[in-house]
Design a protein around this ligand. Structure first.
Ligand code: SF4
Ligand code: SF4
Length: 452
């Protein structure tokens, strides 16, 4: 038997925001049109930016290498369309910073076939060859983290990976990308798992899925190849269950210690869309040129799940799907952990899992912030058992060092659950984001002083 419904398994605390997935969860993935000009930032993953290897005026094929990895914690970049390199220069990014990048003008009449590279057979390749192939394909976490996947999969010496968890939770409201991938790309997912098991030396995998995607769990169970050591666990719906540490607790009842990685408890977690990309690309030796994105929200006319070339300008995406005239806010990612866009002249990157558009009437403009009434709702919501109320008070007094040393500020993974439940509208997660940035900067300055 491979399909389990473990409705009691869950992590402590968490919240239940409205799911808002009904409008797109039944819409099959559609191919998005190619924009006339693609804009590719080289800093779109965690780690060193990619290093450009093409020149202005050069013609490239879709899938061709445009930039090599800038180091071990980095990945290469491939051409999302066949076309001509029009310019190499700075490209705006969602952080507000500019990144070195490439402007690629698409050939208007090209077939846009993707070129193939060296194929990797999961049965005969060594773990190291698979890790190298994953890096060469430019694969990063497609759940939004954009951390280079080959680094995450490298099991440190002395450690063992007992269980590979495939994360099909997708607990962020509105997003249905992973849901559709599980319903439509089961072969890619199973092929991806084969590569991942070999790369990590693991004997078994578990796919974690929330109960609001029971159809996806049934679909995967029905098509599961007999020889693959995979089981499927359906978990109760709760935010933020898609966070690695929460998911490990829900599935295996193991706690990953503070400041440690899942491998400490013998686990590696990989997002299901990332797994599908590995299974889709490695048998053909191809690199990532596109990804599946949910485009939704009350301000969008043609809502859906679209396969969109990386580097497609956001303005082009919004023109194609049609947006309300009263558009107020655009988010990249989900409403809980996504980022509000301040400049529409940015482009889709590998980590973009969703685009949400809200209108003036959907967004409550700067609600009045009231003092903390010590109701404890934030404490009851925090999945890692922090005290957001106390942290919030310390943040107001700019006691950042105390927040970190006495109240585990750096463990906060910015899920936003505390902010969501706060009746006083205190923007706790925004305070914690800023505080973490300041603590990191101070630590870096201290290190520099020591090394000087
Ligand atoms: S944002 Fe941080 S403090 Fe708030 S609930 Fe999430 S983990 Fe806890
Ligand atoms: S939820 Fe808001 S009001 Fe209640 S204890 Fe936390 S910070 Fe204070």
């Amino acid at each position: 038997m491979t399909l389990f419904n473990f409705h009691k398994n869950t992590f402590k605390h968490g919240i239940h925001p409205p799911e808002s997935k009904d409008e797109t969860k039944g819409l099959p993935i559609k191919q998005f049109p190619f924009a006339p000009v693609i804009m590719l930032p080289m800093a779109q993953h965690i780690g060193a930016p990619s290093k450009i290897v093409v020149r202005e005026g050069q013609e490239v094929h879709r899938g061709e290498l445009l930039a090599k990895a800038g180091g071990y914690v980095s990945v290469p970049m491939h051409a999302p369309v066949s076309g001509t390199i029009r310019k190499i220069g700075n490209v705006p990014t969602i952080s507000g910073k500019m990144s070195p990048g490439i402007f690629l003008e698409a050939f208007p009449f090209s077939t846009q076939e993707v070129i193939e590279g060296k194929q990797i057979d999961p049965d005969t390749a060594t773990p190291q060859e698979i890790l190298q192939a994953i890096q060469d394909a430019g694969i990063v976490g497609l759940g939004g983290a954009a951390f280079p996947t080959h680094v995450k999969l490298k099991v440190p010496e002395g450690k063992t990976c007992e269980t590979l968890i495939i994360n099909g939770i997708e607990c962020e409201p509105y997003l249905t990308t992973d849901h559709r991938v599980m319903l439509e790309q089961e072969r890619d997912i199973f092929m991806g798992i084969k590569y991942l098991l070999k790369a990590t030396g693991t004997q078994k995998a578990i796919i974690g899925i929330e109960a609001n995607k029971q159809d996806a769990a049934d679909h995967l169970a029905k098509h599961l190849p007999k020889e693959l050591p995979v089981s499927i666990k359906v978990l109760p719906v709760k935010y933020p269950q898609g966070a690695e540490k929460m998911l490990i607790t829900s599935i295996l009842n193991r706690e990953v210690p503070s400041k440690k990685l899942p491998i400490e408890v013998g686990v590696v977690v990989v997002n299901v869309a990332t797994t599908a990309e590995i299974g889709r690309l490695l048998p053909h030796g191809q690199g990532i040129q596109e990804r599946v994105i949910t485009i939704t929200g009350p301000g969008v006319k043609k809502k859906g799940n679209y396969r969109i070339p990386v580097g497609t300008p956001l303005r082009f995406v919004l023109e194609q799907v049609g947006v309300d005239e009263e558009i107020s806010e655009v988010y990249m990612g989900g409403p809980m952990m996504g980022v509000a866009v301040s400049n529409l002249d940015i482009s889709i990157v590998k980590g973009t899992s969703g685009i949400l558009v809200f209108t003036n009437k959907d967004v409550q403009r700067s609600p009045k912030i009231y003092p903390c009434i010590k109701c404890g709702a934030c404490v009851d919501a925090c999945p890692i058992l922090l005290n957001p109320s106390k942290l919030g008070i310390l943040a107001k007094f700019e006691a950042y060092d105390e927040m970190a040393s006495d109240y585990h500020l750096m463990d906060c993974f910015e899920c936003g659950s505390c902010t969501y439940v706060c009746p006083s509208h205190i923007p706790l997660v925004q305070y914690f984001r800023l505080a973490k940035r300041i603590v990191r900067r101070r630590e870096a300055e201290k290190k520099e002083e020591v090394n000087a």
